[in-house]
Design a protein around this ligand. Structure first.
Ligand SMILES: [Zn+2]
Length: 222
């Protein structure tokens, strides 16, 4: 058995960690969407991490957002993570900066997502537009997932939450327009509480495996 089974899909571990220790403690059905080098989802159903037959679920990053979009690492075109991932966010900002648009980020070296978030919160129009676009794309994929799973809470994780005031309203608008009313009414969309402690995710998966014999067995079968 490889160690990666435990660390596994970090996003699922993170969803579980939030369920045990974080912002999702009071919910049984939650959806955690993480934007990092890619985009992934961790789904908690009835207090259990939703694993699927061979643990491959929650590939929200490969929901097609734009049929004419960029080629994705998976071979398809225009997947969510081609527009909503840290590298995609940085690339989009760099393109706009290279075109000469006015921004406090002009001339910034080693641009990262935190820089873009700080600028957006400070009112920088270029940074705001980049992040609102990300929020719109994420919101579209999240709305689809809400229609499928009807979660009690949606948790967003990743550096983009540093610009919560910019990104979340965009997500909220899409969710309100694109998912079922009865599903999104009173649906909290919150930032992850534990995103700065990634090892907790692995810990929660291990803990769950120990509590749940069936899951432990499945892990050991690998
Ligand atoms: Zn893809």
């Amino acid at each position: 058995m490889e160690c990666s089974v435990f660390i596994g899909n970090d996003t699922r571990g993170q969803a579980l960690a939030e369920h045990y220790f974080g912002v999702s403690k009071n919910y049984h059905d939650t959806l955690l969407v993480s934007v990092h080098n890619g985009a992934g989802a961790g789904i908690i159903v009835n207090g259990q991490v939703f694993l699927g037959y061979n643990r491959n679920v929650g590939e929200i990053g490969h929901i097609q957002i734009d049929p004419l979009g960029k080629k994705c690492s998976c071979g398809n075109f225009g997947c969510l993570e081609t527009v909503a991932s840290n590298p995609a966010i940085i690339e989009h900002a760099q393109q706009l900066l290279a075109q000469g648009h006015e921004s406090m980020l002009q001339g910034k070296k080693d641009l990262n997502v935190s820089d873009i978030c700080r600028a957006a919160v400070a009112g920088d129009e270029l940074a705001r537009q980049v992040l609102v676009k990300v929020g719109n794309h994420l919101g579209k994929a999240i709305a689809m997932t809400i229609n499928l799973f009807n979660p009690q809470q949606v948790v967003i994780s990743g550096e983009i939450t540093e610009a919560k005031s910019v990104v979340f309203p965009a997500i909220q608008r899409c969710v309100e327009n694109q998912s079922l009313r009865t599903f999104h009414q009173n649906l909290p969309i919150v930032a992850a509480g534990l995103s700065t402690t990634p090892t907790l995710g692995a810990f929660a998966l291990v803990k769950r495996a120990m509590l749940n014999g069936a899951l432990l067995q499945r892990l050991l079968e690998d």
